[in-house]
Write a protein that binds this ligand. Structure first.
Ligand code: F6R
Length: 613
């Protein structure tokens, strides 16, 4: 949440910063601002999207080779011009941008007010820059980085910050704790940003700063990194493999649509080099190194948030069904705070697209202290969760920019399915035959997904029929119950239609009261094992005049006749079916949201990477 970008070098800073803000806008989009030094200190900010800021800046003198920008997702203080970043010190000499939350800001603010400071905004960020200013008042020659270091020692909470000083057009100071900050190292130029996307055009050399590190960049001297305890560190410079095309829409109307259509490729990427059905093997490097921990695990605990939590729910079915390992699923935000019983025999798997979700990160940090083995399933290479876990597997879906997660989810499912198959086979819980069938069907998933994508026009027609609904119900059983949850989440987050996911059999314990002729009920009806029961559920909905949209197996004429609309998907082994059944639900939500005129890639109030708890 909140995107940060800063630049110092020989180029004009503003175009780099504004382009960087557009790339980081997925992190927050309720207001944006820039600071540029060019003799004078140019600080501008505006409520709204980056495009609103650009309009404000038209015709302004923004030349200069040092500057920074911010796109905000509000935590403290409503989204408006005043609360937008950057924030200035009382004397106007320092400017700060911040991603995170200063938890003890109220007491710091009070102390500063007692010393005569006055504040313009309601933000915690403004308090921090006043604190740095106050520390420097005592010692005029104190460097900006040293004052920042001393200030951060007084701060509780999470931050990625960048600070500029009006009279020092050659220096940038940045620091991080629990929110990401990447240093990009070019040829005589430097970048700081929340992720590497603003810098990939210019450099592939980066350092992912660690918690409580402070970086000082000086135009002609280079960079230096110190800890908050004032120890110099020498982190390894990494080479990133990120191409600019991966960050563009590539001809699609929205990133979400591009990402839905990328899935045949991204699912294949998640499997690349990890499975060969013809030769009968499947392996994950991160697992192989620790196979005994998995094989001897008394319990697997999966923790995640949102869509990643839905992937975890499906993994519970997979691990228990295929590998017979007791498995639990925990919302990361609850897991951490309810004093869970964790032993060294437990394997904890954290699932996250961004690798930065604050709740998931906090959950695994606390589990680590109890001796559990931590495994990460993460998309974003170099993010915080992989650095906190003992081992893990990247999902290799490539950058996901649409706020609603699609391709990241199916790549998580692909990795989790491979894990369950490996464990089931190695523990002797699945037959040789079934093992080989699962492998070859898993390999066929990209082609099957491509077939479903070809049904987009049919799904668009259905979307048109239900676009004006106020509520929707999603029902599924077994492996497809979490897909019902995921379908409902996709619809509500991008179209603002209230939607609920339920296990199909639970409908009669309450939600059935909601069903009338205006209520679309999406039923995932592909499970062979519960076919007759699902047919009964459909009849129950029809008897109350609900509009049934059924996801069915190809050729299932019986359910097709009962449903108002049906979408056929290829027949597949049940444990693999979520990888197919979620695709039509993603497409349905997308079309409904577009028809309702919603901002699909940037739904209101949301942000892609939730780095606050
Ligand atoms: C929904 C969505 C969110 C994320 C959640 C966790 O479409 O994208 O619910 O799944 O915020 O994010 P990660 O996976 O980055 O930890």
């Amino acid at each position: 949440m909140c995107g940060i970008v800063a630049y110092v070098g020989d180029r004009e800073a503003y175009p780099i910063i504004i382009d960087g803000l557009r790339r980081l806008e997925y992190r927050g989009y309720d207001s944006a601002g820039v600071s540029i030094i060019n003799g004078s200190f140019n600080n501008y900010k505006k409520q709204g999207k980056v495009s609103d800021l650009e309009q404000l800046l038209e015709g302004k003198d923004l030349h200069g080779t040092i500057g920074m920008g911010h796109t905000r997702w509000a935590t403290h203080g409503v989204p408006n011009d005043v609360n937008a970043h950057p924030h200035l010190s009382g004397d106007g000499n320092l400017s700060i941008i911040h991603n995170g939350i200063i938890e003890n800001y109220a007491s710091l603010k009070q102390a500063l007010e007692n010393l005569g400071h006055t504040f313009k905004s309601d933000t915690d960020t403004e308090v921090l820059i006043h604190l740095i200013e106050e520390i420097r008042k005592g010692e005029k020659d104190l460097s900006l980085e040293e004052a920042t270091r001393q200030a951060l020692q007084k701060v509780d909470g999470a931050y990625a910050i960048v600070i500029l000083e009006k009279d020092n057009p050659d220096k940038i100071v940045g620091a991080k704790k629990s929110s990401p900050l990447v240093l990009g190292i070019g040829d005589g130029e430097y970048f700081l940003a929340s992720d590497a996307s603003p810098m990939v055009k210019y450099t592939d050399k980066v350092i992912y700063l660690e918690d409580e590190e402070i970086v000082t960049i000086e135009r002609d001297k280079g960079y230096q990194i110190r800890t908050i305890e004032n120890k110099v560190t020498n982190p390894k410079v990494l080479q990133i493999d990120l191409k600019i095309e991966e960050l563009e829409k590539g001809g699609y109307d929205h990133f979400m649509l591009k990402e839905i259509y990328q899935q045949p490729v991204t699912i294949a990427e998640s499997m690349r080099g990890r499975i060969n059905a013809a030769e009968g093997w499947c392996k994950l490097g991160g697992m192989e190194l620790h196979m005994n921990r998995f094989l001897n695990a008394k319990r697997i605990i999966l923790t995640a948030c949102g869509t990643s939590w839905h992937a975890a729910m499906i993994a519970e079915y997979l691990f228990e069904d295929l590998a017979r390992i007791p498995t639990e699923v925990e919302y990361a935000s609850e897991f951490r705070y309810r004093n869970p019983i964790i032993t060294p025999d437990d394997v904890i798997i954290a699932i996250s697209q961004s690798g930065e979700t604050a709740d998931t990160l906090a959950a695994i940090k606390s589990a680590k202290t109890k001796g559990a083995f931590l495994y990460g399933i993460v998309n974003n290479v170099g993010s915080s969760i992989p650095r906190e876990t003992h081992s893990g597997s990247y999902t290799h879906a490539g950058p996901e920019i649409g706020v609603a997660s699609t391709k990241a989810f199916t790549s998580q499912l692909t990795v989790l399915t491979m894990m369950a198959i490996i464990l089931g086979y190695q523990k002797g819980k699945i037959s040789e035959d079934y093992y080989h069938r699962l492998l070859s069907e898993l390999e066929s998933i990209p082609a099957q997904v491509a077939k479903i994508l070809n049904k987009s026009e049919q799904i668009k027609y259905i979307a048109g029929e239900v676009r004006n609904a106020s509520n929707a119900l999603y029902l599924g059983r077994g492996y497809n119950f979490p897909i019902a949850l995921e379908g409902a989440l996709k619809l509500k987050e991008i179209s603002y239609i209230h939607a609920e996911g339920y296990p199909a059999a639970e409908m009669k314990h309450g939600p059935i009261a909601l069903i009338d002729m205006y209520m679309p009920v999406v039923i995932i009806a592909t499970n062979e094992s519960a076919r007759e029961k699902i047919i009964s559920n459909i009849q129950e909905v029809k008897a109350r005049k609900g509009i049934v949209i059924a996801i069915i197996t190809e050729g299932d004429d019986k359910i097709k006749e009962m449903a108002d609309f049906s979408i056929e998907i290829p027949m597949i082994e049940e444990p693999l079916s979520p990888l197919l059944s979620v695709i039509p639900l993603q497409i349905l939500s997308y079309h409904i949201a577009v028809m309702r005129g919603c901002h699909v890639d940037q739904p209101r109030n949301l942000a892609k990477s939730v780095t606050v708890e």
